[in-house]
Design a protein around this ligand. Structure first.
Ligand SMILES: [Zn+2]
Length: 237
């Protein structure tokens, strides 16, 4: 009878291994997902920077037209200097020239500032580009690595599953039935060892009658509290 409990425990340890392998696979996949996320983030950052840059280009073109106009205006003013015939006209002319020069230098400042921002942003776009290229290359390498790892893991999982099925089939039908039911309830951990009359999973105290049944008669029982199948402590002897 105790042999059946030993089979159960072996099944349990195989399930634990299977679960560890599944976690390993998930960890490998998340490596790929994390890099992909960072690349996607860099691409969208680059796109928004490029959009801003093209808006700056349009603005720069407009400012350059304004500047050309101002230069032309100044040249015209310069030409008209010789035709001034009164003090009042000279006053007006000087005011006009001053305004024109001020607005010209304001436009020149705006152009200079805009070009500076453009230069900084272009550097950042280049850095993003370098990151995207490098990360895409390593992503491809990691994907291949992960694919190979996962294949290996899946094969191991497959053989564990086969081994578990074989072991379950070795159990008498009562054990099979109870085991499958308990396993459905707690897929990762459906067995619990009894120690000093307690379920070692939830520490529920068995009555002395039930303790006697499990420990000495190797009867198949579920913990009344957590529902796990109770394994007699003799299994460790
Ligand atoms: Zn329990």
């Amino acid at each position: 009878m105790i042999e059946n409990f030993r089979i159960l425990r072996e099944i349990q340890s195989l399930i634990k291994k299977e679960n560890d392998l599944l976690n390993e696979e998930m960890g490998s996949n998340s490596r790929v997902i994390n890099i992909q996320k960072r690349i996607d983030g860099a691409i969208s950052e680059k796109q928004s920077k490029q959009l801003e840059e093209s808006e700056r280009c349009i603005k720069l073109e407009q400012l350059e037209i304004l500047l050309t106009n101002k230069i032309e205006e100044l040249a015209q003013l310069q030409k008209s200097e010789n035709f001034l015939s009164s003090e009042k006209q000279l006053q007006l002319w000087e005011n006009q020239k001053k305004q024109c020069e001020e607005s010209k230098s304001q436009i020149e400042n705006d152009i200079f500032e805009l070009m500076q921002v453009s230069e900084e942003e272009e550097n950042e776009i280049n850095e993003l580009d370098e990151f995207i290229q490098g990360a895409t290359k390593s992503l491809q390498e990691i994907q291949l690595e992960v694919l190979a790892e996962n294949n290996e893991t899946l094969q191991k999982i497959e053989s564990l599953k086969k081994r578990i099925t074989t072991l379950v089939e070795e159990l008498p039908s009562l054990f099979q039935e109870k085991y499958l039911k308990a396993q459905k309830r707690n897929p990762l951990n459906c067995l619990s060892l009894v120690s000093q009359g307690k379920c070692q999973h939830c520490y529920f105290q068995l009555s002395s009658f039930n303790k006697e049944k499990v420990e000495n008669h190797f009867e198949l029982m579920n913990c009344q509290n957590c529902g796990r199948i109770l394994l007699p402590s003799a299994i460790n002897l």
